[in-house]
Write a protein that binds this ligand. Structure first.
Ligand code: ATP
Ligand code: MG
Length: 660
């Protein structure tokens, strides 16, 4: 026996479940009531994509109708040309004209347990007041506003206030360093930075204002810093620089406008800039525009999450990522949904906090990330079982490929076996979900994001640009423009064209590898940069990692290829063991055999290293490129978005110790 079976939480016999339930049909009672029950939408959208997207755009309120649905001059797209609208009007005002004015728009809980509920009418008042403050500070249409905030309602309110006056926003995740904040502000040339005196994370104060001060000292474009009082002077006193820094509550108190008329924005006017996670290199500032973006996120949110009027919807992402922009703020609020927002950590005060929130607010739709699900698995089901999760009816995941074990655990322990799971593939660049089941009509398979959304045409190409045969891996591309696509990299159109549109002219290169099974389902294999080439065979990192994680001793795994004189590349695995398992040579041998049994001898890892944590971005994606840099003895590449530099240093020491 390689390792002791110490964990009392080993949940279910995953192997048996995987054998039995490769395919999950949507539950019948779910289908009977689903928003999309008719699979002919796929064909309709395929036959007339512009008509399909024009219908989708009609769900929004436009001040002026568009003249042309699409102008496409690859790689430059313009959607709903000539149309005018305002995102804040669509997310707020129009709901206050119906009974929804008294519907909860945001249900917020702070980490210490304080709560706020804002109806759509409350949101309307707050957004107008915030917009008025922005005008008082001299912010005008076209000026960029940076946000460096905790997960509090004022972040969502601030974004909508910017949208109201036509000022593009750029949100920098509140966990980033002063350097990362400075670089993004300087890249975007923001004139105002909105921050807070702090926030709560795992019981500790996050000193956002101090970091902001350090950053903006080197940001010549910044004129003012607007500060929300989250903590107050009893918790933490912050320095305010005379003339530059303004308290939001004081400015809101003294501003005189009650209503700020929403600007009539052109459909193609910028709504925001969002930087990618930097998993594969230097972050890229994606520019999203107004009409097409709002159309895409609104439709996908309603169809993929099967949104109903009385749903309580919770996306656990931070608004600092694109997921939070599209599926906490713009999609759900455009749809008049009730959105739960939580400030803090999932394990504070205890590891059942998420499930306590689901129970307390009756959350019915939950959208989270595979990396979180693997963490919950590691903690064990006892934290879940303490709570009543019977309000849940649909689950979603995003951010990384979900390994089948995590999928099944999510289905069993969170969904109680009754909730469809939507595995949603998309990117900062795509703005909206691109590959995902429609939960009323598409059967799911653990580990597959299933099918492109109606109107999205995806393909998998080989090096020569031909579609690959069934089950062969290749480059995932999108063959037609879609309304929520990024229009450019902020200030660097050449880089945009070169990164995404040059490899296959006129087609969007996602940078991800994928294969398609005999039913046409898409299986994401990981990033193309990460794909392994062993003796001329291409193996996805995802496949080997998923095999490793299916062993009961393994909580998480990252796999890379390091150059090898014999095989071209040798597979090196970095493994985080589950609680109760002690790494030793016997376990290493067993894991190697386990991979061989699951995939084949070619995939046998040459070396396995054990590590308490894997290097991740602050958006929780595994940064394999840094592991490759370590394995090949290179200087580490861009580490500005790395969560914890110590993790990499420790792995480096261990690696070099072993090699030498
Ligand atoms: P950078 O582009 O700077 O390297 P990034 O790609 O990590 O950073 P994001 O836009 O946040 O930045 O992440 C998008 C990527 O996340 C996708 O390209 C894909 O690799 C991965 N991803 C997201 N959702 C899924 C999913 N459901 N299944 C598989 N992979 C996913
Ligand atoms: Mg990317």
């Amino acid at each position: 026996m390689a390792a002791s079976q110490g964990s009392s939480d080993t949940p279910v016999n995953i192997d048996a479940l995987l054998q039995e339930t490769r395919r999950f049909e949507p539950p019948l009672d779910f289908v009977a009531n689903a928003n999309v029950r008719d699979a002919t939408v796929y064909q309709r959208a395929h036959d007339d994509p512009e008509g399909f997207w024009a219908d989708a755009a009609s769900r929004l309120d436009w001040f002026k109708p568009w003249d042309r649905v699409l102008e496409w001059n690859a790689p430059w797209a313009k959607w709903f040309v000539g149309g005018q609208l305002n995102a804040s009007y669509n997310c707020v005002d129009r709901h206050t004209k119906t009974w929804r004015r008294n519907k909860a728009a945001l249900i917020w809980e702070g980490e210490p347990g304080d709560t706020r509920v804002l109806t759509y009418r409350d949101l309307y008042r707050e957004v107008n007041r915030f917009a008025s403050v922005l005008l008082d500070l001299g912010v005008r249409r076209g000026d960029v506003v940076a946000f460096y905030m905790p997960m509090i309602p004022e972040l969502a309110i601030g974004l909508l206030a910017c949208a109201r006056i036509g000022a593009p926003h750029t949100v920098i995740f509140g966990g980033f360093s002063a350097e990362a904040l400075r670089d993004r502000i300087n890249d975007s040339k923001a004139t105002l930075c909105v921050t807070a005196d702090g926030g709560w994370r795992r019981g500790n104060v996050i000193a956002l204002k101090d970091v902001t001060d350090a950053a903006v000292a080197q940001c010549p474009s910044i004129e003012h810093v607007l500060v929300f009082q989250r903590l107050g002077p009893d918790v933490r006193e912050v320095a305010m620089e005379e003339g530059r820094d303004i308290w939001l509550h004081e400015a809101a108190e003294s501003t005189t406008r009650r209503v700020v008329e929403p600007e009539h924005m052109e459909s193609e006017d910028p709504l925001y800039i969002m930087y990618t996670s930097g998993t594969t290199g230097k972050p890229k500032g994606q520019m999203h525009t107004t009409g097409g973006y709002l159309t895409g996120v609104s439709l996908t949110h309603e169809w993929i999450f099967d949104l109903k009027e009385d749903d309580v919807y919770w996306c656990t992402a931070d608004i600092g990522w694109v997921t939070g922009h599209s599926y906490i703020v713009y999609g759900p609020l455009a749809n008049g949904a009730t959105v739960v927002m939580y400030e803090g950590a999932p394990d504070f005060p205890d590891k059942d906090r998420f499930w306590a929130l689901v129970e307390k607010y009756g959350v019915s739709i939950l959208y989270t990330a595979p990396t979180s699900i693997r963490t919950f698995m590691r903690w064990g089901p006892r934290y879940v079982e303490k709570r009543d999760l019977s309000s849940l009816r649909l689950l979603g995941t995003v951010g990384e490929p979900i390994n089948p074990e995590a999928w099944i655990w999510y289905n069993e322990f969170i969904g109680g076996g009754r909730c469809p799971i939507v595995d949603t593939w998309w990117q900062t660049e795509t703005g909206m979900i691109m590959i995902s089941p429609l939960p009323g009509v598409v059967a799911t398979k653990p580990g597959s994001a299933t099918l492109p959304f109606p109107g999205v045409e995806a393909d998998i190409l080989d090096e020569a640009g031909q579609s690959v045969p069934t089950n062969a891996g290749g480059n995932l591309v999108i063959k037609r423009p879609w309304p929520a696509m990024s229009r450019t990299i902020w200030g660097d159109p050449e880089r945009y064209a070169a990164t995404y549109w040059k490899r296959y002219p006129g087609l969007y290169l996602t940078g991800d590898g994928a294969r398609r099974d005999d039913e046409g389902y898409f299986w994401l294999l990981g990033r193309v940069d990460d794909v392994l080439n062993v003796s001329g065979h291409r193996i996805g990192t995802m496949e080997v990692e998923s095999a490793l994680v299916s062993h009961p001793a393994v909580a998480e795994a990252a796999v890379i290829g390091a150059s090898d004189a014999v095989t071209g590349q040798a597979i090196i695995a970095f493994v985080t063991p589950r609680g109760g398992y002690t790494p030793n040579d016997a376990l290493t041998a067993e894991l190697k055999e386990h991979v061989v049994r699951s995939i084949g001898a070619l995939a046998r890892p040459k070396k396995i290293y054990y590590t308490a944590e894997l290097p991740k971005t602050r958006s929780a994606k595994i940064m394999r490129r840094l592991l490759r840099d370590i394995a090949e003895g290179r200087v580490l590449g861009d580490t500005s978005t790395l969560l914890d530099p110590n993790v990499v240093a420790q792995i480096k020491d261990q690696y070099e110790g072993n090699e030498g």
